[in-house]
Design a protein. Sequence first.
Length: 310
Amino acid sequence: MTGQQGQGVVTGIGDDCAVLQVPSGQQLVVSIDTLVEGTHFLPGTAPRHVACRLLGAAVSDLAAAAATPAWLTLALTLPRSDPDWLEPFAAALAERATELGIRLVGGDTTRGETLTLSAQVHGFVPSGEALLRRGAQAGDRILVSGTLGDSRAGLETLLRPPAPHADVHYLQQRFYRPEPRLALARQLRPHVRAGLDISDGLLADLGHLLEASGLGADLWQDRVPRSAVLQRFYPRDALVWALSGGEDFELCLSVAAEEVPACLKVAERLGVLLTDIGCVTAAPGLRVLDAAGQVRTGLASGYDHFKDSI
């Protein structure tokens, strides 16, 4: 993971700057994610969980752009130097980076009151082919990958721990270990008009996608995919968390109706659930419809970066 060798790395860790070469015919895609103890994860969280959560969330932005991961830079603010924390964190980060195909090429550490971690990720996409939020058209179908609400349920088990159970482990893994949909996004790219990853909650992020093109949508609540574990363990909260819980890091895509069968075939081949949950409309506004076709009201939209904390 050191970045001393690998595609495009001229000079990696060990100099003041990394020197990197973008391949011919490719554009560089860059994103950054920050985690703050007490806001994004609980104090005392195992360092391996912090590493996996940080890197999964950051690389998910590359998946949202249908990019291929390349390089990573890391900034750590630590209350004190603590090898017992740093060593397992570094080991987990290295392992997860290898799994995701991304290479650490630089970073910085400093001392501060609150444990804070920032991961800047860089990826490649063929020139002009980055998947963006804008581009949806009225009549498009709205597709989402995976199941939604599990991460919020995982957080709930940490805030109010239930008795040990296999379901609890599953939900906590969904919170600690986001799985960026890299292969799915790249293979779906020819069929998709617009897309993003679901970090702030389905309603909030779908709202961002629609706003980018000045459109609206009708979303059928019964079609929103929820895991059997979520519905079994938190039946009363499952729908609300699937709509607004956030940090699922699944894909939300706007796809021409005639392209939906091709998208479903790609997802099936990759073993990833892909669900049609609604339709983009010319009329503005995002409407959540119940089984009778009635508009739901009073639903929270999602995570607020300046209000919400754990």
